[in-house]
Design a protein around this ligand. Structure first.
Ligand SMILES: Cc1cc2nc3c(=O)[nH]c(=O)nc-3n(C[C@H](O)[C@H](O)[C@H](O)COP(=O)(O)OP(=O)(O)OC[C@H]3O[C@@H](n4cnc5c(N)ncnc54)[C@H](O)[C@@H]3O)c2cc1C
Length: 546
């Protein structure tokens, strides 16, 4: 066991990215994993489909590369795509060795091999999975190994507040030397010092009112890195899943695309079908088109949701094809064999994030970012299904290899000021936090969601500035809480999304603006890179590099 709060490596986040990186490093020195909830609470646990990798004989790296580049609508970086895909198979084998119970099938000679499934956008069977709960299998296996490792300390219910950098501590050398972490059980903020810090905090889909993500996806890593001086990229590309169950208590329950595949019809609240007006493939159009059509109709009618009706199929068919959906909907009072299901689109994945290279390096020495929080240029303007867990694993591997090369010569910086609470008091009005949290997610949904316009983005920018002002005041005067930290980060990430969306004068991939409906030629397609200003200039001066 290491001395408390001093480690070689501090990993912030315990999803596929953070856990696998920690396991790869642990043999070489003490590692801390901090997780703001329970160790398995993150998107990884909820992943259903699987992990893409080229394993079938008839498949090829080139085919996976082509599919990924097609989905990315002209913005994927060829080097990043090739790097990720070529490292896929070795990462799947590593997981097999750890014992992840992937689904297998018997070959003609009786040997057991991985069962590969196929998903939208993939031109070959290449998705490794554990039935329809890959995330549970993956997360449980990684957590079991982490728990058994003597040199990994796991801190649950600990939330990172901010990174500690040399510049902010008045040190000569600007590198990341640790993070301030709030223990949610005791309410105390402590210094966690490390030679290397890794952000593996997942995405930011919680900025939207409706999301498929668990509560922890509040973009903390992106906001912390930005405040510390790192560039972020392509924050305008937020992927929405078209059909999530609409019910106040049914947070994040997806209604699979297979329901539409089996004849499910999308209906307006009055019972009228509408998809045929948007695409000749109607309900079978690609995800982003269906999500946009639903969003358009909800905004046009001021409707709270639309409906997905599969009740024309027999009860026996529905129960045997969609047992989980049937059961879950029934729990909320909807018998889908008789009635349509209320659905809304929901934020699903953050394609942008903290800018990194092929080894997870950010702009600050000693600070790495991996997984959904990073912007590796893999996904371009639209993520292909099952490429995100792959990215988590591949970049955890490459970052850990890089860390192992430098950790021997890196120094633990101890001249770090403690967290200063001398000027704050206990909050007297927690309602400010809950109110602002709700308001933010509502206007992000209405103005910066699936379909954007100049006017909506301007409105959203005005509101986010006002909220940031209030949050800053609250943050400066009151003792911090987990909710306040997340709200501050959500507001920061929202501002970055709005800036990026304003900077893109075209509609590409997941970003659609009614003021710029055209797609520019792929030759002039560029990433949106935001550059922070560390000299204290006002936020309006964020530099956009195209
Ligand atoms: C319903 C659903 C289904 C999906 N299905 C698939 C699929 O089939 N295939 C696929 O490839 N992808 C899928 N995805 C996407 C994929 O699951 C995620 O992109 C991936 O799991 C992200 O992993 P991660 O390690 O980056 O982050 P996460 O797994 O989200 O973990 C983030 C971690 O960071 C911690 N954290 C965050 N902020 C802080 C902080 N301030 N301090 C301390 N800890 C913090 C959280 O507590 C959590 O432990 C799905 C996503 C969802 C929501």
């Amino acid at each position: 066991m290491s001395i408390s709060n001093q480690h070689d490596v501090l990993v912030i986040g315990s999803g596929a990215a953070g856990l696998s990186l920690a396991l790869r490093l642990a043999a070489n020195g003490p590692v801390a994993i901090v997780s703001k909830g329970l160790v398995n609470e993150g998107c990884t646990y909820y992943a259903q489909g699987g992990i893409s990798a080229v394993l079938a004989e008839e498949d090829s790296f080139q085919s996976h590369i082509d599919d990924t580049m097609n989905a990315g609508a002209g913005l994927c970086d060829a080097e990043s795509v090739r790097f990720t895909i070529e490292h896929g198979p070795e990462n799947i084998h590593w997981l097999e060795q750890l014992g992840v119970p992937f689904t297998k099938e018997s070959g003609p000679d009786g040997t057991r091999t991985l069962h590969l499934t196929r998903e939208g956008g993939h031109s070959c069977r290449r998705v490794v999975h554990a039935a329809d709960a890959t995330g549970v299998a993956l997360s449980n296996t990684l957590v079991n190994h982490v728990r058994q490792h003597a040199s990994i300390d796991v801190y649950e219910n600990h939330i990172a507040v901010d990174l500690i950098t040399g510049a902010k501590q008045g040190l000569k050398h600007n590198r990341c030397v640790g993070a301030y972490i709030l223990n949610k059980n005791t309410g105390h903020v402590k210094r966690f010092l490390a030679k290397t810090v890794v952000l593996a905090t997942g995405g930011a889909s919680k900025v939207y009112l409706y999301t498929t993500n668990p509560d922890c996806s509040t973009g903390d890593g992106i906001a912390m890195a930005w405040r510390a001086g790192c560039r972020v990229g392509n924050m305008e590309f937020n992927q929405f899943h078209p059909t999530c169950l609409y019910h106040p208590e049914a947070k994040s329950f997806l209604i699979s695309e297979a329901v539409r595949g089996e004849g499910g019809k999308l209906l307006l609240p009055g019972g009228e079908p509408f998809m045929h007006r948007f695409d000749e493939r109607a309900e079978l159009a690609p995800r982003d088109i269906v999500a946009r059509a639903i969003d358009h109709e909800m905004k046009r009618l001021g409707a709270e949701c639309v409906y997905l009706d599969i009740s024309h199929r027999s009860g026996a068919f529905i129960k045997s094809h969609f047992p989980t959906i049937y059961k879950r909907c029934l729990e909320y009072g909807f018998d889908i064999t008789r009635n349509p299901i209320p659905v809304v689109p929901a934020a699903h994945y953050t394609c942008g994030g903290v800018l990194t290279d092929m080894h997870g390096h950010t702009d600050i020495e000693g600070l790495y970012a991996i997984g959904e929080t990073a912007f590796t240029r893999l996904h371009g303007a639209n993520r292909m299904a099952s490429n995100s867990l792959l990215e988590c694993l591949v970049f955890a591997e490459s970052a850990s290899n890089d860390i192992l090369k430098t950790i021997g010569s890196a120094r633990l910086e101890k001249a770090v000021a403690p967290w200063d609470e001398s000027r704050v008091t206990d909050s007297d009005e927690e309602v400010v936090v809950t109110h602002n949290w709700d308001e933010l997610r509502r206007f992000m949904w209405d103005y910066v969601g699936i379909v954007r316009s100049n006017k909506r983005l301007e409105r959203a920018m005005r509101r986010v500035r006002m909220l940031q002002h209030e949050i800053h005041e609250y943050y400066s005067n009151f003792r911090i809480s987990g909710d306040l930290i997340e709200l501050r980060n959500l507001a920061q990430v929202s501002e970055l999304i709005i800036h990026s969306a304003m900077a893109r004068k075209e509609s590409r991939g997941l970003h659609f603006s009614i003021d710029y409906p055209e797609v520019l030629s792929n030759k002039s397609a560029t990433d949106t890179i935001l550059v922070p200003d560390t000299t204290g200039k006002p936020a309006e001066k964020i530099e956009v590099v195209k």
